[in-house]
Structure formats: C-alpha cells, structure tokens
Write a protein that binds this ligand. Structure first.
Ligand code: ZN
Length: 487
C-alpha cells in the first residue's frame, strides 16, 4: 500500500513523497514521486555509495555550477532569470539534497511531453513510460504511432538542443560522463530533448564518479582501458572528450536510427563479450568508414553523404579521425553550429509518405530528396546567401552562411551577423521574415537596422520589399553584410 512520508532537505524544506512497493530503480538510485508529481525524491540503492565525494559533488552541482538557477538565487555565474528558465527545459537538474530519512536528492519531474500516452502505440501499452531515445533510434520505432516520430527537421532540432546542453556543461568545466540513450529523453514530435541523471557529473576538483558509461555510447578508449586498475595512469576515465563520443553517437542515432559502430564485422570469435569489447573499444570501426569497408552493412542507406557537407565532415571527424584520437573529435559547440547551419538548409519533401519529410538539397537548382527520390518543389523556396566583408580587404566578400527559405521563414540575429551564432541568447530575435503572396516573394524587415534595398533605398522597420532573383540587400553599419537572393 502507498504511504506518505516526508523528506527533510539540507535547505530545511520538508517535502512529502509517496512510498510505493516497487519504485522505479536505476543502476544507482530508486525513485519516489511527490503527491502532485512535480518532483521526485531519489535514494541510493546502496547507501554506502553516497560517500563524501558524492555529497560535495552534489553541493557544487546544485550551487555554483547550476545553470538552471540564476546567479542571484545561488546558481552559476552569468545566469539570469531568463537563461535559468531556458536551461531548466534542457536538463532535469537536481534542486536539493535530502538529509532525512537518509541521504538522497530532489529533482523536478520530467515535463509531460517526455512521457508516452495511450495513443503513442497501437501495439504496446506505453502510457506513462518515459521517452528514452532508444524507442526512436532502434527497430522499436515500428511500434510507435506515426504522430510520435517527428521528421528530419525535428530530429535536427533535437540534436541542436542536445549539443547545446552538452556545450553548456563543457563551457563550465563540467562533463556528463554517462550520456546515453537512457540519460537523454527526446520528443521528436516537438524537436525537444532533456538531459537527465545529472548527479554523476564530473565536477572540477572533485573526485570523479565511478561510472564507465553505457554500452554503445562508451568511448573506445574508456572501454579499452577499463580492465586496468582504477589508479593506473593508462586507464581513461569519462570526461568531456568521452562525452563528445557519446554526443556524436546520439546525434548519429537520431538521424540514422542505427549505431555508428554496430556493423557485420566479427572482431573476436572467442565469445560475444570479447567481440563487443573489441568492436566498441580498441578495434572500433565506423560502419561508414570511407576506406575500410570491413564493418559496413550491405545496402547501407542513407549515409552521411545524404545529410550535407557540414554534417558529413562532423561525422567523419567524430568517427574516422577522432574515434581513436579524442583530441580530434568535434566539440559540442561545433556540433551546435554545424547542426544549426544544416537546419537552415532544409527543404520540405513533396512526398507526404516520406519518412524524413525534409532534406538538404545537394543542387539548389534541381533539388531531389535523397531519401525517397521525389523532386523538390523549386518554386516553394528561395535561397539566401550571406556574405561578410573580408577584414583588411574592402570590397572583397566571403560567404559565411546560406539558407533555404520557404514562405514565413524568420531570419534571426545569427543570420545577419557573421560573428553571432545561434545559441540560448539569440534564438528568439526575429530580425526579418519572408512572405509569398500572388506569386511574389517579399522580405519584411522586422528590426534589421540600416537595411538597404537592391536599388539603394532604406527599408524601414515593418516594410515589405519585393525580391527578384539576384537581388542584393546590404546593411549599412560597419561590419555590414550583404544578402544575395536566389529565387
Ligand atoms: Zn522525401
């Protein structure tokens, strides 16, 4: 029978929670919910695991490293109310430490969009289960209702947010240490994700947690050195570089629904364990390796070639150059920027049954969806090329970005400023947007200062300017840019 109990926190709060017979249990902790299901109280399976280093780590995570709490409220330096609100949606960050009846942590409950409901599957009863990535990135997909699956635009959006969450941790000197399909919940319908199990973060100056990682996400160098004694200097323990391997694996899985290292190659005929140990460790080999095709599944489709040059390069750096050389892995910031630029290039597929729904056109004059081979509707989009003046070479322009725009597409601050990038601070400022009416394309200036039309006149805020093929808009301020239009 369920019983109400009270937890006393280190901050002096008394929080009620409901004791159930079979609480959800993970590798380290088990979970009880508050009566209103707004927060959870978690206790350790083995209370002796909750040693001093866990306590000091948790205090740092909840306090000075906390991006979900403003600096004024005791959170991380540089975080204001708005940023704290933003990052509260990106992580399920612990909020307090329980001291009685025993040591534990308090965390918010996941938002409701990260739980399946009764319409999520016709085959399985998933009502109330959390949306672990694995449901979407494996053959389990086939059990889910189409409405849960999202499309390529949402998968890229999810990946941008995950890269941003990891980048924010790394920027503060933290590392997650156990990123995996279990510790990231995703909602492909809305392009959202949330990072959970924050309590095993690697915190500067505090003894690292005893986690190795999860099969399929663990970095090869960690697996390969795992059997060495804990204090052996050759043993690699999880940190930001191993997070970057797991991040790349997760992004690859969101876009391809398969693991980048699981191929047909047999690494050991001694045992399945030995085969796994080598295939994800010392001998790990990207299934899309450009020259060594020994781990490549037959009829592999789609491949990194179908996702545009930017992502192809990032995946190659992660799984070819950087697989056994952690220093060469792309940073979370590079993923965040590369994914954002790829998102800008997406074009909608005309085929209503296309699983991907969107694609990155290889040839803008004759776009074809690589996934279902349907021709793109060239008249439904225009292209913007963004140029900035080369420093010290007046009159010379360098393209820094491009964009495929449909009607009602917003231009954000990071499009029109070459030195500004899409992040938690610039995501919502609409500077201009496109409109398409009576077969004519328009650019509406929302708040680009000093925007000059191709004919040389000012385009004041709130006015619409009709665009023709080859038009060039400029901005007047120093460090200005030009925007070239392709209809
Ligand atoms: Zn298609």
């Amino acid at each position: 029978m369920n019983k109400l109990a009270t937890a006393l926190t280190v901050s002096g709060r008394k929080l009620p929670y409901v004791i159930t017979d079979n609480p959800p249990r993970g590798g380290m902790k088990y979970t009880y919910f508050s009566p209103d299901k707004k927060y959870v109280i978690q206790f350790y399976n083995n209370p002796s695991d909750a040693d001093l280093s866990i306590r000091s780590r948790l205090e740092a995570i909840i306090g000075k490293y906390n991006p979900t709490k403003s600096h004024k409220q005791g959170g991380a330096v540089g975080v204001d109310e708005k940023l704290a609100g933003y990052f509260s949606k990106r992580y399920c960050w612990p909020v307090d430490i329980v001291v009685q009846p025993e040591f534990g942590i308090v965390s918010p409950c996941y938002p409701s969009n990260f739980f399946f409901n009764q319409n999520s599957s016709r085959f399985l009863n998933l009502d109330g289960k959390d949306k672990k990535s694995n449901w979407f990135t494996s053959s389990n997909r086939r059990f889910l209702d189409k409405s849960e699956l999202g499309d390529l635009r949402m998968w890229i959006q999810m990946s941008v947010l995950l890269a941003r969450s990891v980048r924010r941790l790394h920027q503060a000197g933290l590392a997650h240490s156990d990123l995996s399909n279990n510790n990231v919940l995703i909602d492909p319908r809305t392009g959202n994700c949330i990072v959970i199990d924050i309590d095993s973060l690697v915190v500067p100056g505090i003894y690292p947690p005893e986690v190795a990682g999860t099969r399929g996400y663990i970095a090869p160098e960690v697996l390969a050195t795992m059997e060495l004694p804990r204090r052996d200097p050759r043993r690699v323990i999880p940190g930001s570089k191993t997070d970057l391997h797991a991040l790349a694996v997760l992004i690859y899985e969101y876009l391809f629904f398969r693991n980048p290292l699981s191929g047909p190659k047999i690494f050991s005929s001694v045992s399945a364990e030995e085969d796994d140990f080598l295939g994800f460790g010392e001998k790990a080999l990207f299934i899309e390796h450009p020259t060594d095709r020994s781990n490549r599944p037959r009829d592999l489709f789609p491949t990194v070639d179908d996702y545009g040059e930017i992502l192809k390069n990032l995946f190659h750096r992660a799984f070819v150059e950087g697989l056994h050389n952690p220093e060469l892995r792309p940073s979370a910031l590079e993923w965040e920027r590369g994914l954002t630029r790829t998102r800008d290039r997406l074009m909608m597929c005309q085929n209503p049954d296309c699983v991907y729904g969107w694609f990155i056109p290889k040839d803008f004059t004759n776009p074809v969806c690589p996934f279902c081979k349907t021709n793109g509707d060239r008249r439904s989009v225009i292209k913007f090329d963004f140029y900035t003046e080369v420093k010290g070479h007046p009159g010379q322009w360098r393209k820094y970005s491009e964009m495929t725009a449909a009607k009602d597409t917003p231009l954000f601050l990071w499009h029109i400023r070459p030195n500004v990038y899409a992040d938690e601070k610039t995501d919502s400022d609409i500077m201009a947007y496109t409109a398409f009416t009576q077969n004519k394309w328009y650019l509406i200036n929302n708040k680009i200062e000093g925007l000059i039309s191709p004919k040389g006149s000012d385009v004041p805020f709130g006015t619409a300017f009709q665009m023709e093929d080859g038009d060039i808009f400029k901005t007047a301020q120093t460090g200005g840019i030009i925007i070239e239009v392709r209809l």
